[in-house]
Write a protein that binds this ligand. Structure first.
Ligand code: ZN
Ligand code: ZN
Length: 536
């Protein structure tokens, strides 16, 4: 029976390029999507650009442009990068889309009807000259810690995060007038109402979610859940569908996570699937995956489930939380301000995308923070993709090309190898489904190593002179392994997989044992991967 698989990749914030930190955190989503599609299951794999909020608004002001222009520019850059990396989203959207805006407004009203949004008056800094309430970032004042000038949210001199109420001598950043306190009304989300259900969710999934997800979610609940402001004094974002809130927008934390559902629903509709039934908690065939970095854990393990519970649509709460740790660069933390980030595009100019995907699964931040460097990525490419995988395919096929004009004669496939092959799909599949991608890839590499060892032990270069039948059996067994390697690596290294399949005229990728038969003609043989010289 076909399974229903929902995969939500985190929404990168549209004010910078896609970098290797994003890449490492998001890649598991594409591995899952390709794998489950290969199994023949119904997959909905979605993501998009998080395009609203204060940082984009602030930047637009600084650069004398509009938030929409900035968000659109980076959204298009994200799209290009994801395409180049081979991500197979069913839809990659943006929170700027009309569909998303309408969807969010509808859910917002449902929550209000269900009694989980309430109005509260809160004193907020106001500029009487600009006639506007000011967000923390729109305030300048004196830092209470070092006495130097800071904004309302952070002091750049002593790098302390601040609350605007601590800042002294506050002024409006735009016009310089002193600020006054004035009551402002906002809508708040009753997050604490879901405390018990969220605790149950953590308990239920404590062996399924990643360890860091269970830990962070529990920590977040133990700190005490508080009502969260669901509206903001801002012009850029999803409008609040409530009278009297025309000058405010829905808070980004609220609307961005609902993007999974707004885009999921769009994809379902386009494919004639009833999304309510697909996502229903009663759908026993359903598995949901949420793929992101560890800084996003509270949003996916508590806030998003609370929103689903509050909307009361009976949707499944997250089954699998695939939350990655961080990637450091040459052992130091990557940051935009330090200027030591590698973007996906920069990396794609140095190594093929298969290598990037292979490397960040093999050495990815699956269980703890990792450090990467360009040198290590190139080393990995030369060692595994060229030395192990490429070598296995090339040594066999180039021999046949030279000696037999590219014609592979049918032989008897080794019984032990057949048994190993039938087993390996099971082992790798289980790892992938559990989100244990490194283990999955290690098992695949072991299988390729087995092929190389088999080749060395059989010594076909001697067999060819002494016993041609044995030589044909050895070669055919190796080709059988290649055909299956092409399936096994397809979710991680799609280009290598496609190349093997082309050379050997094999059918499209499916997650099942590939049984070859008859003679096979080698087509346009070339190296799977070229060695890269490390010039650094
Ligand atoms: Zn300071
Ligand atoms: Zn002002």
């Amino acid at each position: 029976m076909k399974r229903d698989i929902f995969i939500g990749g985190a929404w990168p914030y549209a004010n910078y390029f896609l970098h290797v930190g994003h890449l490492a955190a998001l890649l598991p989503g594409d591995i899952l999507a390709r794998y489950y599609r290969g199994c023949g299951d119904n997959v909905i794999y979605v993501s998009g650009s998080d395009s609203h909020g204060t940082p984009i608004t602030e930047r637009a002001k600084k650069e004398n442009t509009t938030p929409e222009k900035i968000a659109t520019y980076y959204h298009e850059e994200f799209l290009k990068s994801f395409n180049k990396l081979g991500f197979t989203y069913d839809k990659y959207s943006t929170t700027m889309s009309e569909h998303h805006n309408e969807y969010v407004k509808k859910q917002f009203l449902k929550l209000k009807e269900n009694g989980y949004l309430f109005e509260k008056e809160v004193p907020q800094d106001y500029c009487e000259k600009c006639h506007t309430f000011l967000s923390d970032r729109e305030i300048v004042g004196t830092c209470p810690h070092c006495g130097k000038e800071s904004t309302g949210d952070q002091c750049e001199h002593c790098t302390t995060s601040l609350d605007s109420s601590e800042v002294l001598n506050k002024h409006c950043k735009t016009c310089g007038s002193p600020t006054v306190m004035k009551n402002n009304k906002h809508l708040y989300f009753k997050l604490p109402a879901f405390q018990d259900e969220l605790q149950k969710l953590i308990d239920k999934n404590k062996n399924i979610w990643r360890k860091n997800a269970v830990g962070e979610a529990q920590k977040y609940i133990d700190m005490g859940l508080v009502d969260r402001a669901a509206t903001r004094q801002l012009e850029w974002g999803v409008e609040v569908p409530v009278k009297g809130y025309e000058d405010k927008r829905i808070y980004v934390w609220f609307e961005a996570v609902l993007g999974y559902l707004s885009v999921g629903c769009e994809v379902a509709e386009a494919n004639g699937i009833n999304f309510d039934e697909f996502m229903s908690d009663d759908n026993k065939n359903l598995r949901t995956y949420y793929v992101h970095g560890k800084d996003n854990i509270p949003f996916h393990t508590t806030i998003f489930p609370a929103l689903i519970l509050g909307i009361k649509n009976n949707y499944r709460l997250p089954d699998y939380i695939i939350s990655s740790a961080y990637v450091n660069l040459n052992n130091s933390k990557m940051s935009k301000s330090k200027g030591n980030m590698i973007t996906a595009n920069e990396l794609l100019e140095i190594v093929p995308r298969d290598t990037i995907r292979f490397y960040f699964i093999m050495n990815g931040p699956e269980t703890n923070d990792v450090s990467c460097s360009i040198e290590e990525i190139i080393q990995c490419h030369n060692k595994f993709l060229v030395g192990t995988l490429g070598n296995f395919v090339n040594r066999n096929l180039s021999f046949i090309s030279k000696k037999f004009d590219g014609k592979i004669t049918e032989g008897k496939i080794d019984e032990d190898i057949i048994k190993e092959t039938e087993k390996i799909y099971q082992v790798v599949g289980e790892h992938i489904e559990k989100g244990e991608f490194r283990k999955a890839l290690n098992s695949i590499v072991e299988y390729i190593n087995l092929g190389n060892k088999y080749y060395d032990t059989c010594e076909p270069w001697i067999q060819v002179k002494e016993d041609i039948d044995k030589f044909n059996d050895t070669t055919y067994t190796c080709v059988y392994m290649m055909a299956n390697i092409a399936n096994l690596i397809a979710p991680i290294c799609p280009d290598g997989s496609t190349k093997i399949k082309y050379i050997l005229s094999l059918p499209e990728f499916k997650w099942e044992v590939e049984n070859i038969s008859g003679d096979i003609e080698i087509k346009d043989l070339e190296l799977l991967y070229n060695r890269i010289d490390n010039k650094n």
